[in-house]
Design a protein around this ligand. Structure first.
Ligand code: BJW
Length: 236
């Protein structure tokens, strides 16, 4: 293994072959909604019922038996496990995805920088709770016992992504940075490869299509094929 410290960033493309739709489609809509309606604090304040409905639907989709991790998620868990057996090596998987397919594959050194669909958060106390059912305006929070204080644990536009300190520390130390299935449209994640490169890391992009970003190496194709092949190369 030529690398001692690896950071992997994943985006919607890694879960596409598991049946979860990516974000940026040709019509600019997410599941028929404008971004401002469903992915900003202002959208939630204007129409919380609509926003709850949007995330309730996506949560139920994620919980359906049809949605399962694919070979790309599994390969990353394999990589983490292999590295854990090498003394002194470090691994961090940063996902922009709000699904749970990485943890279902066995990934543990994992940061959900844009939140998690299967969590809700109290806006009063910032405490998070697991959730598998639908969330509504009348639901009472377990900590403050008030209705209307709960929101999806999702990072919307204009909000600070989660665990940035841990991510930036890992980026500053890594010698390999791999970006998988992300369009590179959303910051700060879109700038991670430059931070890693500035720290001296080799940067590799695995994506279905060109994104226009300048990594040291680009490989194009479906994640379910590219990622297992890339991980096998690293481990031999
Ligand atoms: C395949 C494949 C297959 C398909 N195999 N590949 C102006 C300039 C710069 C920045 C800003 C600006 N104005 C505002 C900002 C900041 C803003 C931002 O970036 N806006 C841009 C739109 C310009 N960012 C923020 O507000 C963030 N917060 C922030 O910046 O805080 C301040 C800060 C300061 C200092 C330090 C740190 C922070 C918050 C961003 C929150 C994003 N949240 C969302 C919504 C989550 C809720 C939900 O899920 O509903 O997260 S947006 C959405 O985009 C979601 C995703 O995680 C994120 C990234 O999308 P992703 O994963 O790249 O998906 P797609 O669909 O775009 O791409 C899929 C890719 O897969 C494509 O490339 C395909 O080719 C590929 N693919 N099938 C391999 N089978």
């Amino acid at each position: 293994m030529p690398y001692r410290s690896i950071v992997v960033l994943t985006g919607a493309g890694i879960s596409a072959e598991s049946g979860i739709q990516t974000f940026r489609t040709a019509d600019g809509l997410w599941e028929n909604h404008r971004i401002e309606e469903v992915a900003t604090p202002e959208g939630f304040a204007a129409n919380p019922v609509l926003v709850h409905q949007f995330y309730n639907q996506r949560r139920q989709q994620l919980l359906s038996p049809d949605i399962r991790p694919n070979a790309a998620h599994q390969a990353l868990a394999r990589l983490e496990h292999a590295l854990s057996l090498i003394e002194g090596s470090e691994f961090l998987l940063v996902t922009q995805n709000v699904d749970n397919l990485h943890e279902r594959s066995g990934s543990r050194q994992l940061v959900h920088m844009h939140g998690e669909l299967l969590k809700m958060r109290c806006m009063e106390t910032n405490l998070c709770f697991d959730i598998r059912h639908d969330l509504g305006l009348d639901d009472c929070c377990r900590c403050c016992r008030q209705p209307g204080n709960l929101r999806p644990h999702i990072v919307w536009f204009g909000e600070m992504p989660l665990d940035m300190f841990r991510i930036e520390k890992a980026l500053a130390r890594c010698d390999l940075f791999v970006s998988i299935g992300t369009s590179g449209n959303v910051y700060p994640a879109a700038g991670f490869y430059q931070l890693a490169s500035n720290a001296g890391a080799r940067t590799v992009e695995l994506n279905l299509d060109e994104t226009g970003s300048s990594f040291d190496e680009h490989r194009y194709g479906p994640a379910s094929q590219l990622v297992p092949a890339f991980v096998s190369e690293l481990l031999t």
